[in-house]
Design a protein around this ligand. Structure first.
Ligand code: SAM
Ligand code: SF4
Length: 337
C-alpha cells in the first residue's frame, strides 16, 4: 500500500484541549524476558493471526503523522523480538525530518547489538533501554531469565553506533532500591541519562506490587544527599520530571505517576499490536483501528481516531495498596510502555 502521508487532515485535539503529538506503538506483546513487576512467569500472548501486519502498523502510524503526531516510540513487549521490526523502523524512519521530529524505541537490549546500526541508519537518534540492576544475579532474578552481559553488550553497541541511551530503571523496594545511586554513577560515567520509574498497577503478576513499591520522593531525597541535582525545565508531556546532575551531561528523570499526577499536559496515545488505540495507559477506553482500517480504509481510520479522541480520559486513576486490584487488567507490554 502507498504512504498515506500527503493527505493531511485535522489535528488531534481531545475534549480537554490537549493536542496529541506522541504515538507509542506496541509492535508485539511478546518478550524474551519476564520482569517480575511487568509480567507473570506464565503469560498468554496474542495469537499471531490477531496482530496488525507491519504494513498496517505503518499505515496507521503514517496517518497519525499526517494528523500532527511528531514523535513515535516503538515498544512492546520487546520490539526487537518481532522479526520484521527492522522493516518498520526503516519505513517510519523515512518520515524523520519530514513530519516526524523523532522516531525512537524502548528495548530490553537483549538483541540490541544486532540492531543498533540499522536503527541509526534509519534515523533513530535516541533509545530507552530497561536495566533494573548492574548486578548479574539480581538482574537475572528481576528479569527471571536475563543475561546482564548480553544487555551490556547491546548498550555498548548502541553507544558505539552513536545512539544516545537513556536507561529506564523501575525502583523496587528490597530489590534494587539500594543500587540506585550506583546506577546513577554508572550512567554518569557512560554518558547515559537515567529515568527512574514507580511500579504501576498494570496487569496481574505473580507478586503483590505493594511489597516492591518505592515512592520516588524518597529516592530523590536520598540522591540529593549524594549528588548535586538541579531541576531541569525539560518536559515531554508525560509524567516525568527532570534533574541535571551537576558537572555531567546526565539527566535524571523521575517518572512518578503514583505520587504525582501530570495528566493535564498529556500529549500521547497508544496503539497495541492488535490494533487497538488506547487513550490512556490507566483506562480501558479504546477504539479498534484495525477493524476501522480493514472495513473503511483511511476514511474509516480517521473516523475511528476522531471517535477515540473524544474518549480520552482527563486523568489516570492509579492507586497502589493492599488489595487494590490492578488499575487495568492489561499489562504494560500490551499497551506499550
Ligand atoms: N521490553 C522493553 C523494555 O523493557 O524496555 C519495552 C517494553 S517495557 C513494557 C517498557 C518499560 O515499561 C520498561 O522500562 C519497563 O521497565 C516498564 N514497565 C513494565 N511494566 C511496568 C510496570 N508495571 N510499572 C512500571 N513500569 C513498567
Ligand atoms: Fe519484557 Fe520489557 Fe516487560 Fe521486561 S519490562 S518483561 S523486558 S516487556
Amino acid at each position: 500500500m502507498t504512504s498515506v502521508l500527503p493527505q493531511s487532515a485535522a489535528a488531534l485535539v481531545d475534549p480537554q484541549g490537549r493536542t496529541i503529538r506522541y504515538l507509542r506503538i506496541s509492535v508485539t506483546d511478546r518478550c524474551d524476558l519476564r520482569c517480575r513487576y511487568c509480567m507473570a512467569e506464565q503469560m498468554t500472548f496474542l495469537p499471531r493471526a490477531k496482530l496488525l501486519s507491519l504494513d498496517e502498523i505503518a499505515i496507521i502510524a503514517e496517518r497519525f503523522i499526517a494528523r500532527g503526531v511528531t514523535k513515535i516510540r516503538l515498544s512492546g513487549g520487546e520490539p526487537l523480538v518481532r522479526r520484521d521490526v527492522g522493516d518498520l523502523v526503516r519505513r517510519l524512519g523515512r518520515h524523520v525530518g519530514a513530519g516526524l521530529d523523532e522516531l525512537t524505541m524502548t528495548t530490553n537490549a537483549t538483541r540490541l547489538d544486532q540492531h543498533a546500526q540499522e536503527m541509526v541508519d534509519a534515523g533513530i537518534r535516541r533509545i530507552n533501554v530497561s536495566l533494573d540492576s548492574l548486578d548479574a544475579e539480581r538482574f537475572r532474578y528481576i528479569t527471571r531469565h536475563g543475561d546482564l552481559d548480553q544487555v551490556l553488550r547491546g548498550i555498548a553497541a548502541a553507544k558505539a553506533a552513536g545512539l544516545a541511551v537513556k536507561i529506564n530503571m523501575v525502583a523496587l523496594a528490597g530489590l534494587n532500591e539500594a543500587e540506585i545511586p550506583a546506577m546513577l554513577r554508572w550512567c554518569v560515567e557512560e554518558g547515559h541519562d537515567l529515568s527512574l520509574i514507580e511500579t504501576m498497577p498494570l496487569g496481574a503478576i505473580d507478586e503483590d506490587r505493594t511489597d516492591r513499591f518505592v515512592p520516588l520522593t524518597r529516592v530523590l531525597a536520598d540522591l540529593q544527599t549524594q549528588f548535586a541535582l538541579h531541576r531541569d525545565a525539560h518536559r515531554t508531556g508525560g509524567p516525568a520530571r527532570y534533574w541535571r546532575v551537576e558537572g555531567t551531561a546526565t539527566k535524571l528523570g523521575l517518572i512518578s505517576p503514583l505520587t504525582a499526577n501530570f495528566c493535564d499536559g498529556c500529549n500521547r496515545v497508544r496503539l497495541t499490536t492488535e490494533g487497538k488505540l488506547y487513550l490512556c495507559l490507566g483506562h480501558d477506553d479504546q477504539v479498534d483501528l484495525k477493524a476501522a482500517l480493514r472495513d473503511g480504509g483511511i476514511d474509516g481510520l480517521d473516523a475511528a481516531i476522531d471517535l477515540g479522541l473524544t474518549r480520552k480520559p482527563a486523568r489516570h486513576d492509579f492507586r497502589i495498596g493492599r488489595d487494590a486490584a490492578p488499575a487495568v487488567a492489561r499489562h504494560m507490554s500490551v499497551t506499550g510502555g
